[in-house]
Design a protein around this ligand. Structure first.
Ligand SMILES: NC(=O)c1ccc[n+]([C@@H]2O[C@H](COP(=O)([O-])OP(=O)(O)OC[C@H]3O[C@@H](n4cnc5c(N)ncnc54)[C@H](OP(=O)(O)O)[C@@H]3O)[C@@H](O)[C@H]2O)c1
Length: 287
């Protein structure tokens, strides 16, 4: 068994085709780039045609064999078309269920219903759809790597972020269940928790009124333990070339060592903090 943290040859993924959902920006784009730089042909997907096209161009400029299509992972037909796009490139070896979104910060009792539904549709239904279309291909060919993105809450409750945190808990259990169901088939199912990544997901957030002031603490947490999308993406190649069940960036050791290093490096200073844009969203009237 190879460790997912081993140093890998630059062409270790040559001949493989990888789909990364939610890859027009953020961590998904960075993981697609990392897989492409290691030889994979990558298929990008997100809900904006223009953003996908721009992301594909950026990867091609780096010499990566990239293509893409507009796809809402909450829509099964879109996800099936994405699978077909990958297969038209010759094969389908890697599927990263990365598309994810956060909800409006605040209590569940007053959470906007549409917003809760939006999070469930992308984080839960979208992950199911990805698995539902990729696994039959993987099982028929006797190999393939499926990666599901975990996140805050995947191991326990998080107050005021119930939609996001509960959805990630669901992703965790869904992933473990898929691993049981695919045991002995040659198909590998991995979970990945990248820790805190400086993307729009953390930097452009929404809050219920009266809770926005609490989000200031997020900048401090990110200053202590955050990393760029490029840094956070690096373990993906090791993960899809190993039997590792999961990768989790924030171990106890990293909490201490990175926290200390970032304090000493001045990342806590206000001028060095990640910009934070908070939009206040008013809850629905009482049902
Ligand atoms: N950032 C973090 O600190 C962090 C920590 C732990 C886990 N994660 C997980 O990592 C994943 C990526 O997060 P990120 O920080 O890179 O987020 P991000 O910067 O907000 O990017 C999200 C990407 O997903 C796409 N997307 C959103 N909803 C989609 C849908 N329904 N169908 C298809 N594409 C969709 C977005 O493009 P469009 O909006 O144009 O579709 C965008 O390309 C998520 O699963 C997240 O939960 C992130």
């Amino acid at each position: 068994m190879r460790s997912h943290q081993a140093v890998l040859p630059h062409d270790v993924l040559r001949g493989r085709v990888a789909v990364v959902t939610g890859s027009s920006r953020g961590l998904g784009f960075a993981m697609a780039r990392e897989l492409g730089l290691h030889g994979a042909a990558v298929v990008l997907a997100a809900r904006s045609d223009d953003a996908v096209a721009a992301a594909v161009e950026r990867l091609r400029a780096d010499g990566i064999a990239a293509s893409g299509r507009c796809c809402d992972t909450a829509d099964l037909a879109d996800v099936e078309a994405l699978r077909d796009e990958a297969i038209s490139r010759g094969t389908l070896d890697i599927w990263i269920n990365n598309a994810g979104t956060s909800g409006v910060y605040g209590p569940t009792a007053s959470t906007p219903v549409d917003d809760f539904t939006r999070v469930v549709r992308t984080n839960i239904l979208g992950t199911f759809h990805g698995a539902r279309v990729a696994l039959p291909v993987f099982l028929a060919q006797g190999h393939g790597d499926l990666v599901n993105l975990y996140g805050q809450g995947d191991r326990g409750p998080v107050a005021l972020q119930n939609a996001y945190a509960s959805s990630k808990r669901w992703v965790h259990q869904f992933t473990e269940t898929l691993r049981l169901e695919t045991k002995g088939t040659g198909v590998r199912v991995h979970g990945m928790n990248p820790g805190l990544v400086e993307t729009d997901l953390l930097g452009r957030v929404a809050s219920q009124p009266g809770f926005e002031h609490r989000l200031g603490a997020l900048q401090v947490v990110v200053a202590l333990w955050g990393q760029s999308a490029g840094q956070a993406a690096r373990p993906i190649v090791g993960l899809v070339t190993s039997d590792a069940a999961e990768f989790r960036f924030l171990t106890k050791r990293r909490l201490v060592t990175r926290g200390l290093r970032n304090i000493l490096g001045g990342r806590l200073r206000r001028t060095n903090r990640m910009p934070l844009q908070v939009t206040v969203v008013h809850p629905d009237p009482q049902p």
